[in-house]
Design a protein around this ligand. Structure first.
Ligand code: SAM
Ligand code: DTB
Ligand code: SF4
Length: 371
């Protein structure tokens, strides 16, 4: 962090340059590790200022996207992911469940929509979808889509054909995380390779669906590994449209149950670097919010996170309850994407000044005054 401290004029000049070169910044897919490290090592205020400035060129400020998760097939997974409570290799005391019924999914999605979520994300503890289960998942996608929600599934590895079938069913996003750096990957998972993950992401992209790919911090990885994860995501042929950054939930019975928690400032720095290097991607403050203070979450939003999982549960573990999230958004003056109130456009899409638009937006909360 031995750098000359930029003056206010330097910062202004930099923003102007970034605004003028929006395209060239947005499309970069050849990030070097040293470039990421230089960003990461900036003085915190400079890093946050840069991330927030870039954020405002591409996204509506003070707005988050909300997805609700549902586990549609739980536990007994043949994969050995060291972080995962659903792996059949670990004894976490989780009750296993076969694929849930279509009606149950429709009801849960309708409830999530009612609560304010715009995307419904269905997760299955599979290495890959097989046999008679896959056509049922296709039905689930079609039915959730009919409710007027965006759809996302995460089912493990996909063949090219399965990716096309999901696209055909109307799937918007496929979630498939790289989880960590290529170098650290075999310390965390031995039943598949980093290359397998890239292959599935290629099938998803080729089928024309949006890619949701991110990773987990706090699995004993080094800073180099964390930067390696972000580098791998940013250097995919296209930036993933959605980048979930999870903080490990250290579940008892998994090999990572005693993993050391990530330092909050280091986590926030990673969010800021993700925002800077993938300026047009939604960066999701994903698993682990239950263990983050409101202040830390506020810093993550300032650093460029603009998406969360919304709902009391993730797949098998707890998420902050919806009342807490509503209050947090209210205290931060954050609105939820896809709702009804008048919203602002990103400054980069106009003359540099945020401007009013009729984009639908609704607050998830009552408009009570907050002292
Ligand atoms: N089986 C599919 C797969 O692995 O792609 C889909 C479900 S899997 C649970 C989805 C993602 O959840 C994983 O890739 C991982 O990033 C995240 N995840 C799982 N357990 C976690 C934990 N304990 N803490 C944080 N993230 C976790
Ligand atoms: C993602 O990156 N995180 C979500 C979602 N994509 C599928 C899953 C988090 C799971 C946390 C552990 C659990 O609840 O089982
Ligand atoms: Fe199975 Fe996915 Fe969990 Fe790995 S992360 S054990 S593949 S459910």
């Amino acid at each position: 962090m031995n750098q000359a401290i930029p003056t206010e004029n330097d910062a202004r000049a930099e923003i102007e340059e970034l605004s003028a070169n929006k395209e060239s910044v947005g499309l970069k897919t050849n990030w070097k590790r040293t470039e990421l490290k230089a960003l990461y090592d900036l003085p915190m205020n400079d890093l946050l200022f840069k991330a927030q400035s870039i954020h405002r060129q591409h996204f509506v400020p003070n707005q988050v996207q909300t997805s609700t998760l549902m586990s549609i097939k739980t536990g007994a997974c043949p994969e050995d992911c060291a972080y995962c409570p659903q792996s059949g290799h670990h004894n976490t005391g989780l009750s296993k469940e076969q694929l849930v019924a279509l009606d149950t999914v429709i009801q849960s999605a309708a409830k999530a929509k009612q609560a304010g979520a715009t995307r419904f994300c269905m997760g299955a503890a599979w290495r890959s979808p097989r046999g008679k289960d896959f056509p049922v998942v296709l039905e689930m996608v079609k039915e959730v889509k009919k409710l007027g929600m965006e759809t996302c599934v995460t089912l493990g590895m996909l063949s090219n054909e399965q990716a096309h079938q999901l696209k055909q069913a109307g799937l918007d996003y496929y979630n498939h995380n790289l989880d960590t750096s290529e170098e650290y990957y075999d310390q965390i998972i031995t039943t598949r390779t980093f290359g397998d993950r890239l292959e599935t992401l290629g099938h998803v992209r080729d089928a024309g669906m949006k890619v949701c790919a991110g990773g987990i911090l706090g699995m004993g990885e080094t800073l180099e590994d964390r930067l390696g994860l972000l580098q791998a995501l940013a250097n995919l042929p296209e930036h993933p449209q959605s980048v979930p950054i999870n903080q490990l939930i250290a579940v008892k019975g998994t090999p990572l149950e005693d993993a050391k928690a990530v330092d909050s400032l280091e986590f926030i720095r990673m969010i800021a670097v993700a925002r800077i290097i993938m300026p047009e991607s939604y960066v999701r403050l994903s698993a682990g919010r239950e263990n983050m203070s409101d202040e830390m979450q506020a810093m993550c939003f300032f650093a460029g996170a603009n998406s969360v999982f919304y709902g009391d549960k993730l797949l098998t573990t707890d998420n902050p309850d919806t009342d807490h999230d509503k209050l947090l958004f209210e205290r931060l003056g954050i609105t939820v994407e896809g709702s009804e109130a008048v919203q602002q456009e990103p400054s980069g899409s106009s003359n540099g000044q945020p401007k009013e638009t009729n984009k639908p937006a609704k607050k998830l909360y009552h408009n009570a005054a907050v002292a």
